[in-house]
Design a protein around this ligand. Structure first.
Ligand code: AMP
Length: 221
């Protein structure tokens, strides 16, 4: 299976990606995490990405497409994969559509998570992420047992620099302008679109997603 998790920042793609990959053993390919890791390691790619990320803008397509291409070639045969945060533009979607057949794959489905903007802004404000294992917490409704410490791996949680209030509204605009058109694109491609109402608890969203994945794509587990 190749599944794309689509939706605005703060809608819960990361949380659902972790839950799903734990339940089904699927690989997560999270471009935001790959970029943040590159920044921490101080690589040239990380340095190039930094200014875009801090402004809440998208990193140029050629950087992202190169990054994802490398990962795709490293996938084990038969390993299901969840894309979180990719593709985010039409050129990225087209590049993915061209690259997947080379590794014997195609996009099986797109999950679109939806929630009102005020909910997204609040969620992003409360978000704390684990830089080590990728787990995402929220101080309002999914706080870690120990403040600012990951319950899974013990790493110190971070409040992302691009999760600050002034950047968040810009990221929502960027999403509407550059990423939302992918819904139509995949519709025209005939790819199944699974719409998930994400303004509810992570467990409720997970259960709704499971129901849809089984009903629409025959996913068991
Ligand atoms: P995320 O963690 O998915 O919200 O991504 C954080 C930031 O990384 C975004 O605001 C972008 O600056 C950058 N980024 C992540 N994925 C992509 C992508 N597919 N295309 C362009 N920029 C990306």
């Amino acid at each position: 299976m190749v599944i794309i998790l689509l939706g605005p920042p703060g809608v819960g793609k990361g949380t659902q990606g972790v839950l799903l990959s734990e339940a089904l053993g699927w690989e997560r390919l999270v471009t935001g995490d790959l970029l943040r890791a590159a920044r921490r390691e101080g690589t040239e790619l990380g340095e190039r990405a930094r200014e875009y990320m801090d402004r809440g803008d998208l990193v140029p397509d050629e950087i992202i497409i190169g990054l994802v291409g490398e990962r795709l070639r490293g996938l084990e045969p038969g390993q299901s994969v969840l894309f979180d945060g990719f593709p985010r533009t039409l050129p990225q979607a087209k590049a993915l559509g061209a690259a997947l057949p080379e590794v014997g794959r195609a996009v099986d489905g797109v999950v679109l998570f939806e929630a009102p903007d005020d909910v997204l802004v609040k969620r992003i404000g409360g978000r704390r992420s684990c830089p080590e294992c990728g787990r995402v917490y929220n101080v309002y409704f999914d706080a870690p047992d120990l403040e600012d410490v990951c319950g899974d791996c013990g790493a110190a949680l971070v409040h992302r620099s691009d999760d600050q209030p002034e950047t968040v509204l810009h990221r929502l605009t960027v999403y509407r302008e550059q990423t939302e058109p992918l819904v139509r694109y995949y519709g025209e491609e005939g790819t199944p679109l699974l719409r998930i109402e994400a303004d509810r608890s992570p467990v409720e969203v997970r259960d709704a997603l499971k129901v849809e994945l089984t009903a629409r794509l025959g996913v068991e587990g």
